[in-house]
Design a protein around this ligand. Structure first.
Ligand SMILES: Cc1cc2nc3c(=O)[nH]c(=O)nc-3n(C[C@H](O)[C@H](O)[C@H](O)COP(=O)(O)OP(=O)(O)OC[C@H]3O[C@@H](n4cnc5c(N)ncnc54)[C@H](O)[C@@H]3O)c2cc1C
Length: 454
């Protein structure tokens, strides 16, 4: 979504002599729209191919809608929880020293002219491109509800949002709407600041896309013990406001009102596709890309949360890091008119909670209809559930001890045939030795470590 505000475009590059209009040159000029985590990773991936060979035939302009670009958005949860500062999330602009002819602009790209190969900036300026890279990310989804437009409502997506939440007085009452990863991290962060928090979630258990009912219930208990009131199976129907339009609380579908002067909506995101769509670039739920991150226009590439790849959109950084690695190779090869075999073929995503103090890990497909292996230590609140399909691990939920998360993730990603050592699998990496390679038969450690049934 392109914001309509007319931000003045500034040259943020520390290079002297990097003037915006001098980009018409024999070199190729690449324009990157949006400087979020995907664009930042792309710059890092481009660093070696463009600098080690001391190339001077590419110049890059990055346009950042947010005042500070390239910061570690994931770390916002830690900032809200008081574990880090915003300044610690901002990357050093190493690229400005090392990438050739790289300049940063602050402002918004308002339109793309694909015929002329230019982008129009929010100050009216035109910038030509040879290759355009869209990394416009996503925006927080705000539901259409009576009273939603007004004071007291905010999202948890940007550094500015986080500053807004941190500015709330410690005795404030806040409703967090959405019991996924983001909502839980917002709720825990605010509760840790002394804020009175209620968490409203429409699912039957928290993180219902990543956890099963038991682990989701345990998580709710853990949050309750931190003073967070958790409302499951609950939907917000309306924002209650007084005659002066001040927020009074939220009204649930049951009619119950939860009093609060603030609400944080963490109900998901929508990809920022308007810019591409208006330019006639093919868009499904996200900007459509092929396995080389090329859109329907061969001069335009896209990566990150704004894309739809094989019909899938991703909301976590793992996939977009892989996309960035592929795209860097593709861009350089296309520049040189040489063949490139780099392909992005999708990612098995893994989620873990960072700030709740509750170790939770989930990856892959956790359809409860599938065969599963379960192990639990009730007093310690340790739980593992592995989801199997046709002799392969397809999903995992870990609660309490998540140290084997990476091991299980690799098995899922590499589609390892686990039939020969199935009975040892639930006990984790320490009980399964040998090289875990695709279709290999790793040797299981001989003694059975526990008598607990898997
Ligand atoms: C609080 C929080 C915690 C998270 N925790 C995790 C986690 O634990 N693990 C995980 O994997 N993921 C996590 N995520 C998700 C992760 O941060 C995102 O997947 C990632 O940041 C997406 O990167 P992106 O570059 O695609 O998009 P973004 O980071 O959204 O960046 C896009 C940028 O483009 C700018 N832009 C858009 N349109 C224009 C335009 N027309 N002109 C100029 N600029 C434009 C936007 O302003 C934005 O700055 C978390 C997200 C949040 C908000």
């Amino acid at each position: 979504m392109v914001k309509p505000n007319e931000t003045v475009v500034q040259d943020m590059s520390p290079h002297e002599g990097n003037v915006r209009d001098d980009t018409i040159s024999p070199h190729e000029h690449w324009v990157i729209v949006g400087h979020g985590m995907a664009a930042q990773r792309l710059l890092e991936e481009l660093h070696d191919p463009l600098t080690h060979r001391k190339r001077q035939d590419v110049s890059i302009t990055i346009i950042s809608g947010e005042p500070v670009g390239g910061y570690n958005r994931i770390g916002l949860s830690d900032v809200l929880a008081g574990k880090r500062t915003l300044a610690e999330l901002t990357p050093q602009q190493i690229h400005s020293q090392h990438l050739p002819n790289c300049q940063w602009l602050q402002g918004w790209v308002m339109a793309i002219d694909r015929t002329a190969q230019t982008v129009r900036l929010s100050d009216g300026g035109l910038l030509p491109y040879d290759r355009l890279i869209l990394s416009t990310g996503s925006s927080a989804l705000l539901p259409e509800l009576p009273g939603i437009n007004g004071q007291g409502i905010q999202a948890f997506r940007t550094a500015a949002d986080t500053e807004g939440l941190m500015a709330l007085p410690a005795n404030a009452s806040v409703i967090v709407v959405g019991g996924g990863l983001l909502g839980i991290e917002a709720a825990v962060g605010l509760a840790g600041r002394g804020v009175n928090v209620a968490l409203v979630h429409r699912g039957a258990w928290l993180m219902n896309r990543q956890l099963d009912a038991l682990s989701g219930d345990w998580l709710a208990e853990a949050l309750t013990s931190r003073g967070i009131r958790v409302y499951l199976n609950s939907t917000v129907a309306e924002i209650a406001r007084d005659e002066r339009e001040d927020m009074q609380g939220v009204i649930l579908q049951t009619g119950e009102q939860l009093d609060a002067a603030h609400a944080v909506f963490a109900m998901g995101v929508k990809p920022n596709v308007d810019l591409a769509q208006r330019a006639g670039v093919a868009v499904a739920d996200g900007i459509e890309v092929d396995d080389q991150m090329i859109t329907s226009d061969p001069a335009i590439y896209a990566l990150g949360e704004c894309v739809s790849h094989r019909g899938v959109q991703f909301g976590l950084v793992g996939p977009l890091y892989e996309q960035a690695a592929v795209l860097a190779r593709v861009l350089v090869a296309n520049r040189d008119h040489i063949a490139c075999d780099a392909r992005y073929e999708g990612t098995v995503v893994a989620t873990h909670l960072k700030v709740s103090g509750v170790p939770v890990y989930s990856a892959g497909d956790i359809d409860p209809a599938q065969e599963s292996l379960v192990w639990q230590d009730l007093p310690k609140r340790h739980y593992k559930r592995l989801f199997l399909k046709e002799g392969r691990l397809v999903g995992v939920v870990l609660y309490g001890d998540i140290s084997d998360g990476g091991f299980y993730h690799d098995l899922i990603q590499q589609q390892v045939d686990i039939r020969a050592w199935r009975e040892h699998l639930i006990f984790g990496a320490a009980h399964c030795t040998g090289n875990v390679e695709r279709n290999n038969k790793p040797q299981a450690i001989s003694q059975k470590p526990y008598s607990a049934a898997a």
